[in-house]
Design a protein. Structure first.
Length: 354
């Protein structure tokens, strides 16, 4: 295939990672590989990770932070905005680019392959996206690509099991620099005000003004919190992946392990102001996406769901109610067909739960 046809511009949200790259013409670009392993979820904050192989020469890594996930895998993320950009396979020397940082012409997705979906205990995102389940003894899809079967994810899996608590929901990034807990809804959970989210009221169709002060983030008779998926450009370029999932949690229901209330900036938490009054928090050591919050609604925080470690599985259905009627800002997605597939899968899953 012609070199020009394989060239893609990439960027993170702040632009520090911007460059042109060559996708590997020998790879099957029609198949999107989604890895749901505990390492991919904890290191990104997403419910999955997905990458494309690159041709040599390698990319420019100068302005990126390296995180040695294991002796076999290195991840590179933006020091400024936290976007995951590259992964390197130590055994083969190959480099991959995170699928969400492509700025144009993403390879059309014909097939979806789900790796390590069993690690989620409830199917995770794979329940919303029909595809082929791939079996491997490797801890991660990135290991399977190196023919490595050693389970380096075991330590993280043990930490996940230790974090189970019926009275609060643990959230933890891969390196452990950020760890916090979510508590059940209480009398303070309904005190904040917030405009409607695009997830419920599409901004291109109606005003988000919440004149009746509906507490839309509280669900199931105020026993659960709302969670949904987002395809907006900012979330895609800030995370490095096309599907961001956020749980909407009152700030008063987010605490640290010692019971103290959430304070931004503690531990390895780093802030990026993506636009005036809008903040994204990520781990400065492993790059995991953690929070989105803003001055307009400081009392309700978006929590990146890949960090959650519920006993029931990564969808944490005992704590969260999934929005299944819409993918937020679907209109901004580069691959509209892929997002249509996700939205249809969400609706089908929602119907099956009734």
């Amino acid at each position: 295939m012609a070199t020009d046809a394989m060239t893609r511009p990439i960027s993170c949200l702040c632009g520090d990672a911007a460059q042109d790259l060559l996708l590997d013409s020998a790879a099957d670009l029609s198949t999107l590989n989604l890895c749901h392993c505990i390492d991919c979820r904890a290191v990104t904050g997403m419910l999955y990770s997905s990458y494309y192989f690159l041709q040599a020469p390698g990319p420019n890594l100068d302005r990126l932070q390296k995180y040695q996930q294991s002796e076999c895998i290195s991840r590179y993320f933006c020091k400024t905005c936290g976007a995951h950009v590259f992964a390197q396979l130590e055994a083969t020397g190959k480099t991959l680019v995170a699928a969400g940082v492509l700025l144009e012409n993403p390879p059309p997705v014909r097939f979806i392959q789900h790796w390590k979906a069993d690690d989620t205990r409830d199917g995770g995102l794979s329940s919303f996206l029909p595809g082929n389940a791939k079996e491997t003894t490797s801890a991660c899809w990135l290991d399977a690509e190196q023919n490595i079967s050693k389970g380096h994810g075991e330590e993280n899996r043990k930490l996940e099991e230790q974090g189970h608590d019926s009275h609060r929901l643990q959230a933890r990034c891969h390196c452990g620099g950020i760890e916090f807990y979510i508590t059940p809804p209480d009398s303070n959970s309904a005190k904040p005000w917030s405009p409607w989210p695009d997830l419920i009221v599409p901004y291109h169709l109606a005003s988000p003004e919440n004149t009746k002060d509906v507490k839309w983030w509280l669900r199931d008779r105020n026993t659960k919190y709302l969670v949904g998926t987002c395809a907006c450009r900012s979330c895609r370029l800030a995370s490095g992946f096309s599907i961001q999932s956020w749980a909407f949690i009152p700030k008063s229901n987010i605490i640290f392990g010692d019971g103290k209330p959430l304070v931004y900036g503690l531990g390895t938490m780093q802030r990026y102001e993506s636009r005036p009054g809008v903040y994204r928090e990520f781990c400065s050591r492993c790059g995991a996406t953690v929070f989105w919050h803003c001055q307009e609604r400081p009392g309700v925080v978006d929590v990146s769901t890949g960090l959650l470690r519920a006993r029931s599985g990564v969808r944490a259905e005992g704590w969260l109610e999934w929005a299944t009627e819409r993918v937020s800002f679907k209109e901004m997605a580069l691959d509209q067909e892929f997002m249509e597939r996700l939205e249809a899968g969400l609706k089908n899953w929602g119907e099956s739960k009734k």
